[in-house]
Ligand binder design. Structure first.
Ligand SMILES: [Zn+2]
Length: 443
């Protein structure tokens, strides 16, 4: 007997038929019950009753983080859902465009479990799994979903903690899986002596949130003597794709969580390089349909393709996003690109509801000038909020480790000489991306 789509969306190892069934339901449901999509598809005169399979996605208009930010929050949620009674996530400062994501409790569990399940492609999962996560600066007062279920024990090591403290924490904890931003892990790995590193011995190093560069991969592999892989995650959906165990830079799609497309400038699927667009298969509370992630990649192969590692279907290559810079200090030490954005992101949290972000900041940028001082540029909307402003300035004062830091309200972001936007842009000579950058989406 076939299960209804509302149950099948939580299935692991979905078949092509499962994906068709769930996708049909997700699209039709959103078109009827979510104001944002009702308007979007209404204006484009889309008849979703004829929507049948992933190939029909190209008839639907794209959505984006900017469009979501412009919409009233309730307009993004299924009719009748109350944001105050929903689970939410906003744990990553890696996009420059803050957005709170709402989910039901079971959707939140599935999101987290799918990220964890991704690790099984590389190592046998023995529970409870001991994970050390390096880089994120999320205030985790309570237990996360996996911790409450007792299947994971996580040690979070902030990326801006002094390196001796980070090393001591790892040596004491000895995780089975070492995960985090490759830039943070790279700086930490470089600080280990060979003797010390031998005592850590993880079975796997899994990076996320930024592009894993070859030099950083090599430093991590040499230091921790474990396989080093990259996961393509985003806050909105969770795990989108996982790196082939046999081919660096080849990413197999996660058919349990999403349908992923690569599209050209007109939003049509392309076999060349294009924008990564994703449709979540399980979030019916706040659906993400043909949602542009601001990342670039190419899809290789088709449904009949099989990788020598056994994974079926097309894979992603040439994945790239924005290239963020390290923040440098006059004495030569550096902090990884996503550390300060994460601190800033934490300052956006609503004090009595820390998983929700204040909607006052539409976009931000951190610029380091040639004299090492920092400027935080905030594209502010709505009225001035003194409490939030104080929260931002004091959090940044703390995070900047003695560098002068000013905060300004402006939408005049600075671009690189090539005209590109960077979330963290450094004018200090030789600061540009030594060991890592992008894709921007992270979870
Ligand atoms: Zn493979």
């Amino acid at each position: 007997m076939r299960l209804p789509a509302r149950i099948t969306r939580f299935k692991l190892q979905k078949s092509a038929e499962d994906v068709d069934l769930v996708l049909r339901q997700v699209v039709r449901d959103a078109a009827h019950r979510v104001p944002f999509y009702r308007d979007l598809y209404g204006k484009a005169a889309i008849d979703v009753s004829r929507f049948g399979a992933p190939k029909d996605l190209s008839a639907l208009p794209l959505s984006s983080r900017e469009a979501f930010q412009e919409s009233p929050e309730r307009g993004l949620l299924r009719d009748g859902r109350d944001p105050h009674h929903l689970a939410r996530t906003s744990t990553s400062g890696s996009t420059g465009k803050p957005l709170t994501i709402y989910l039901s409790r079971s959707e939140l569990y599935f999101r987290r479990y799918s990220i964890l399940a991704g690790l099984r492609h590389y190592v046998p999962l023995r529970f409870p799994l001991h994970v050390a996560d390096v880089g994120s600066m999320v205030p985790h007062g309570g237990k996360s979903v996996e911790q409450s279920l007792g299947i994971v024990r996580i040690l979070r090591i902030p990326g801006n903690a002094p390196l001796p403290e980070q090393r001591a924490a790892l040596l004491h904890y000895r995780p089975a899986v070492l995960e985090g931003y490759p830039t943070c892990l790279g700086i930490l790995a470089e600080s280990f002596s060979e003797t010390e590193a031998r005592l850590v011995r993880p079975s796997l190093v899994a990076t996320r949130g930024e592009w894993l560069r070859d030099d950083a991969r090599e430093v991590l592999r040499r230091t921790f003597r474990a396989p080093v892989v990259s996961l393509y995650n985003c806050e909105e959906v969770g795990n989108l794709a996982w790196e082939c165990p046999d081919h660096n830079g080849r990413f197999h799609l996660n058919h349990d969580t999403c349908v992923l497309e690569v599209v050209d400038a007109h939003g049509d699927p392309t076999t060349g390089e294009g924008d990564v667009v994703v449709t979540s298969l399980y979030n019916r509370t706040m659906p993400f349909l043909r949602y542009d992630l601001d990342d670039r990649a190419q899809l290789v192969g088709d449904a009949d393709t099989t990788c020598p590692c056994g994974a079926a279907g097309p894979w992603l290559t040439d994945l790239s996003g924005s290239e963020d810079d390290f923040v440098s200090f006059p004495d030569g030490h550096r902090i990884a690109p996503l550390v300060l954005p994460n601190a800033l992101f934490n300052a956006f949290r609503v004090p009595d509801d820390p998983h929700r972000l204040s909607p006052s900041v539409r976009r931000y940028q951190i610029v380091q000038d040639a004299d090492y001082s920092l400027r935080v540029i905030l594209d502010w909307r709505g009225p001035y909020d003194e409490v939030l402003w104080k929260q931002i300035t004091s959090e940044m004062d703390r995070a900047c480790q003695g560098l002068r830091c000013t905060v300004e309200r402006s939408a005049a972001f600075e671009l690189t000489p090539a005209g590109k936007f960077k979330e963290v842009l450094s004018q200090v000579r030789s600061a540009a991306a030594p060991t890592g950058s992008a894709p921007t989406s992270a979870a």
